[in-house]
Every structure is written in C-alpha cells, then in structure tokens.
Design a protein. Structure first.
Length: 108
C-alpha cells in the first residue's frame, strides 16, 4: 500500500459488520490526518453510499461523475488491510463540507 492521504477515496471492505453498521465493499473517504495515516496501522474512514438522504450528518460527493452520499454518521476506524484500490481525491469544497459535518458531530 502506498502513501495514504487524507481525503483520498479507496474501495474498502467493511465486512464483517454488526447491527446497523454500513456494510459490503464500498468507496470510503480517508478522514484521518496524514500524520496518523503515516504512523498507525489504522485509518479513519467515512463510507460512501448511493442512497442519498437529506440528513444533517450526510453530504454529497461526486466520484467519476457519480453522486454519492458521505455517511459521516457511519465514521469508522479500520485496519489498513481493509483498503483496496485508490479511486480519487475529493474536491476542496467536498473536503470542507465533510470536515464541517464531522466538527458538528463532535462539538455538540
């Protein structure tokens, strides 16, 4: 695995899961800071889904012309072994939206 950067999007195997956790292999945004990604054997990810829900803890992102919903309410820490292929990096505007939602989740 090469250098894992914050806001890169990878295919991630999220199985096995429990209860209402988002499952299967799906794109995820790396949200952990680069320093953590370089040091630890885990990364923090926000899973993406094609199910678009107008909810305060989700925002839309575009991956290769496809609209997805960043499920910030499903934030997970995963082992880097779960990462598969790199897809892309989200835009600066999308980064700002994801960070704003994560900040709102942890500041309330």
């Amino acid at each position: 695995m090469g250098l894992i950067k914050q806001f890169d999007v990878y295919w991630v195997n999220l199985d096995p899961t429990h209860g209402s956790e988002i499952q299967k292999t799906r794109p995820c945004i790396i949200v952990s800071p680069d320093e953590m990604n370089e040091t630890l054997k885990t990364v923090m990810v926000v899973p993406l889904t094609r199910t678009i829900i107008d909810w305060p803890f989700r925002t839309t992102v575009t991956l290769n012309s496809n609209i997805s919903s960043a499920a910030c309410d499903q934030l997970r820490t995963i082992a880097i072994e779960r990462l598969r292929d790199h897809i892309c990096t989200i835009t600066a505007t999308e980064k700002d939206k994801v960070l704003a939602i994560l900040q709102a989740i942890f500041s309330e």
